[in-house]
Ligand binder design. Sequence first.
Ligand SMILES: C[S@@+](CC[C@H](N)C(=O)[O-])C[C@H]1O[C@@H](n2cnc3c(N)ncnc32)[C@H](O)[C@@H]1O
Length: 201
Amino acid sequence: MTGDHYFTAEPATTAHPREVEFTVAGRDYTLTSSGGVFSATRLDPGTAVLLRKAELPSAGTTGDLLDIGCGFGPITCVLATCAPSATVWAVDVNERARQLTAANAARIDAAERVRVAAPDDLPADVTFAQIWSNPPIRIGKEELHQLLSRWLPRLAPDGVAWLVVARHLGGDSLHRWLVDSGWQVERHSSQKGFRVLRVTR
Ligand SMILES: C[S@@+](CC[C@H](N)C(=O)[O-])C[C@H]1O[C@@H](n2cnc3c(N)ncnc32)[C@H](O)[C@@H]1O
């Protein structure tokens, strides 16, 4: 055993690649996950609620989209599939997660439209039409607030961010914190104990 968390930068846990199958908006996906990343064996239930309830980008969506904390890349791959004219940026601190996302993007023939990067490597001048995240609640409240304070200001003026947070992990207090930080926040939907928040300027 190792002391890895899913947000460990370079997991020591054995990879053990696994196929994860799921369906979003009538399309079937088969992606690879592995040990040492978040949700190694299945689509996370919170991510499933986000992808079921939020408004996925239309086929005509252009510009840059961001997936904060991409894990093995399920959100990134759905965004890249729904919006083939957009560029999807996938950031994660976990190197194995980044490798899996890049491989999964290639698997869905979107390698040239998906840019996978460590957070510090994303160009500073890119703004995002949409930001998506199942954020890493377990890094702690202060760190989570810092993470969102880093990326949400890079939303384009008419951009929209979609977040999913379990109510029992602080979904409602995160909602309040976002409002107190000056964001317009709508609880777009709620399912299976998860809050889907729609955040705009
Ligand atoms: C709840 S998981 C979601 C993973 C993936 N999006 C999914 O839906 O399966 C959150 C992810 O955030 C990553 N993470 C943790 N701290 C981060 C940070 N400071 N910046 C970017 N990503 C981070 C973790 O490594 C993890 O992959």
